[in-house]
Design a protein around this ligand. Structure first.
Ligand SMILES: [Zn+2]
Length: 255
């Protein structure tokens, strides 16, 4: 807490005035460009690695960057993530949703362990909100991972994209460089695109290509950031060599 209080003092002295100016500009012309879902992990600082600033994106963080599927919500019972989707994409008309996973994710490592039936038993889920959260909302990621395992991690997985008719194919870690938990983390990021598309209030926007959903993946070990390219059918490192191709893909492929 000491460090936080001292940090606030430094912010007062160095950044407060500039930020208040930025808040004023944004208030008159708010144009956030993305709803960004990522993990609550302390190493993930999305505004820093995307160089975004005041007014640029809505950020939603939770354990494992999970967006529960709409079938979990009946009547008025909901959770934060769909509410954030509506606030961002409907009320504020934001056109891009990004889900960003990462390597060495503690939530995903735990999800991997939940394959052990004793570890994920009902008794344990009742005592452990994180186990309950992952079993309820990330189990579909685990099922996809198990499909991949059956093919010795070599066959592509198929995910539903913006509409049930629209699908994309994903080769997970084709060079086989990642730990099993990190493969699961990439699958989990992609599975969330499918979950996002399950919400009825986004349906017409998705069908009309007014709303686009993307996956990023941050490798904690190298600091590299990957974009899931539907053209390349895999996560690719965003770098000087492919940035133009990726920009073209984002501009054209989804239209
Ligand atoms: Zn994480």
């Amino acid at each position: 807490m000491d460090r936080i209080l001292r940090g606030i003092m430094r912010y007062r002295q160095l950044d407060r005035k500039t930020m208040v100016e930025q808040f004023k500009q944004v208030k008159n012309n708010p144009t956030p460009k993305a709803v960004f879902f990522t993990c609550m992990d302390s190493r993930m600082i999305p505004t820093r690695f995307t160089e975004m600033n005041v007014g640029d994106m809505f950020i939603v963080r939770n354990a494992g960057n999970v967006i529960p599927h709409s079938h979990h919500f009946l009547d008025e019972i909901t959770s934060n993530e769909p509410a954030a989707l509506e606030l961002g994409c409907v009320i504020n008309d934001i056109r891009h949703i990004i889900v960003c996973g990462h390597s060495d994710c503690k939530a995903i490592n735990l999800l991997y362990q939940l394959q052990d039936t004793n570890f994920s038993s009902q008794v344990n889920r009742r005592k452990s909100p994180i186990r309950a959260w992952l079993c309820a909302h990330a189990w579909s990621s685990l099922e996809k991972f198990q499909q991949l395992e059956l093919t010795d991690y070599s066959m592509p997985l198929i995910f539903q994209a913006e509409t049930p008719q629209r699908k994309f194919v994903a080769y997970i870690d084709p060079e086989n460089k990642l730990a099993l938990e990190d493969k699961l983390s990439q699958i989990n990021a992609l599975q969330q695109l499918q979950n996002i598309a399950s919400y009825g209030f986004l349906k017409s926007r998705l069908e009309k290509h007014q709303l686009h959903i993307h996956a990023l993946w941050f490798d904690i070990y190298t600091g590299e950031i990957y974009y899931f390219s539907r053209q390349a059918k895999q996560f690719v490192i965003i770098n000087e060599d492919n940035i133009e191709t990726l920009m073209d893909e984002v501009e054209n492929y989804y239209m």
